[in-house]
Design a protein. Structure first.
Length: 540
């Protein structure tokens, strides 16, 4: 290894000392001012990771998703487009926290030695970034690390997070039987649009869809996709809104999926006309929330739980129609934040199994892989549907016994191409929702009628030390601090159909409390009481 080259390059990209850096659920994410050295060091780690995996390409995405414009983040993508393997998260944390340039170079060498990585073998890394201006300098830091370690590097410039995941998988599967697609942004648009046509099977989407793009990267990318789409074929008429990426300060400001989900209301601008169909993406286009504003009853939101139930019910029907019932296994993966009514609907009405995992896409994705079809969504709109290679093969090779079976098999096959298999993708998920609604002939209101959500409340609680709060049972219970869960249980018992849990946030210095109950006032009251318990146990 060229130790001197690494040290010299590192000196141009200092870390801000005294900050505890941790590779969390969303990689490293914080104020962009603190990230130059972090991006450099992530470059070193991705170079190691690529060489460890026989030179397969690693992806690096620079984004802070729904955070304010002044923040940024750096995240590593593994060769198949999934999240960085968990064990490597702690290597990333240690590498980024090395106190001096020399210790950094030493730790890099030590990792190579213990992991038996041949530093003279070829390595390759690709990068993408969202529209934040700070992304440009962070990419330079990353590129400097890759140059210092003689790692091949391609900068794909501005991308949505799911596009970077797509490209990573495409590069690593190119020329193999599992080739995922053309290695280009245009290849992504062509693949999605072609699969959208095939999935609709001649049906037409009705009603304009206005898409709030959070003034983030999803805006220009959605407009780009639409250039490849012929609306006369599909009926899909998209109005791209909140797509101002020239004024960085408006990113995620009073708009986007996170705003809609947490405020439980439509963005104030542009004002949705009563009855219009709307959806919102987040700042890096990996979250999706649908809604409309009813002239009588007001705002109604269809979140990740609703998208999961819609997809699961449609796919389960296609399974029956294709004669695949009992042959392949479908499962739905949720987190503790899923509304209890959605879980009940999947288990009792759709008769499908539900698995609960801790918060964070990687946990859901992992659990979904154990099904032939794994439908996973967080309530906040992150999610996708995974099809196993076996399932995809079956759709293609099963001999249909009737025209209806043939139709169902071809629809399933098209859906497997339409739905991003690497990570939740708001644009791909949106096309999936449009396909399903067109097949079912449903409006958003029909979709909303499938079940009624339990009223719920999410509260953020500032505590002295959030690390005191440790969970078990997929975050549904606290194991520590001792006594806290008992008090929560005693409190929940007093309400009808109620559930509540508390956990330390993985992205902020606070705890979160979720409560649901039979009525709005009970849910609010329960959330406040549990928040008070958490505060009491939370340290000075
Ligand atoms: C991150 C996660 C998201 C999760 C959220 C929870 C990914 C790509 N993102 O944004 O899935 O819902 O963290 O935040 O995994 P919290 O721990 O602060 O509640
Ligand atoms: Mg996001």
């Amino acid at each position: 290894m060229d130790r001197d080259a690494i040290i010299a390059a590192s000196k141009k990209h200092d870390i801000v000392s005294g900050k505890p850096y941790k590779y969390g659920t969303a990689g490293f994410r914080m104020s962009a001012d603190l990230l130059d050295g972090v991006a450099f060091r992530v470059g070193l780690l991705s170079a190691l990771r690529s060489r460890k995996l026989s030179g397969q390409t690693i992806g690096v995405m620079i984004t802070a998703s729904h955070n304010p414009a002044v923040d940024n983040g750096v995240k590593i993508v593994d060769p198949m487009g999934d999240m960085l393997e968990q064990e490597w998260e702690s290597y990333a944390t240690s590498l980024v926290n090395a106190p001096t340039h020399e210790e950094l170079a030493d730790y890099y060498q030590k990792l190579a030695d213990t992991l038996k990585i041949d530093l003279s073998s070829p390595g390759k890394v690709i990068a993408g970034r969202d529209t934040r201006p700070s992304g440009i300098t962070l990419v330079t830091a990353l590129a400097d690390a890759l140059a210092a370690t003689k790692t091949e590097y391609i900068d794909f410039k501005i991308l949505t997070t799911p596009q970077l995941h797509y490209l990573t998988r495409c590069i690593n599967t190119a020329g193999t039987p599992g080739a995922y697609g053309e290695v280009s942004e245009v290849g992504y648009y062509k693949k999605l649009v072609e699969a959208f046509y095939r999935s609709l099977r001649g049906r037409k989407v009705t009603g304009t869809l206005s898409v709030d793009c959070a003034n983030g990267v999803g805006g220009p990318k959605l407009s780009e996709l639409l250039k490849h789409h012929d609306s006369t074929k599909t009926g899909l008429d998209v109005k791209v809104c909140n797509d101002d990426v020239l004024r960085p300060e408006v990113l995620n400001l009073d708009c986007g999926a996170d705003f809609v989900k947490t405020r439980q209301r439509a963005p104030p601008s542009p004002k949705p006309a009563p009855g219009d169909r709307w959806c919102s993406l987040d700042g890096d286009a990996d979250r999706l929330i649908y809604y409309w504003v009813d002239p009588d009853t007001g705002f109604f939101m269809l979140d990740g739980d609703r998208i999961a139930t819609l997809a699961a019910s449609f796919i389960a029907d296609l399974f029956r129609n294709a004669g695949l019932d009992g042959q392949l296994r479908i499962g739905v993966i949720q987190t503790a934040y899923a509304n209890g009514a959605s879980t009940k609907y999947v288990e009792q009405h759709l008769q499908l199994p539900v698995v609960c995992t801790p918060t964070g896409v990687k946990h859901l994705h992992h659990a979904a892989c154990s099904y032939d079809i794994g439908v996973y969504f967080e309530a906040n709109g992150h999610g996708t549907v995974l099809f196993s290679p076996d399932a995809v093969q079956t759709f293609k090779t099963k001999e249909p016994q009737s025209p209806a079976q043939k139709d169902a098999l071809e629809t399933l096959s098209a859906l497997a191409d339409l739905i991003n298999q690497t990570v939740g993708d708001a644009i791909s998920d949106m096309l999936m929702v449009e396909v399903i609604l067109a097949h079912k002939g449903w409006s958003l209101r029909d979709w909303a009628m499938t079940y009624s959500d339990l009223p719920n409340r999410l509260v953020r609680v500032e505590v002295g030390n959030k690390d005191l709060f440790q969970t078990t049972d997929a975050e549904r219970k606290l194991s520590h601090p001792a006594g806290c869960q008992d008090e929560i249980d005693q409190c929940v018992k007093k309400y009808t159909n109620a559930r509540s849990f508390a956990r330390a946030s993985g992205t902020e210095n606070a705890c979160r409390v979720y409560a649901e109950a039979a009525t709005r006032s009970e849910a609010d009251e329960l959330a406040n009481k549990v928040a008070a318990i958490v505060k009491k146990y939370g340290g000075e």
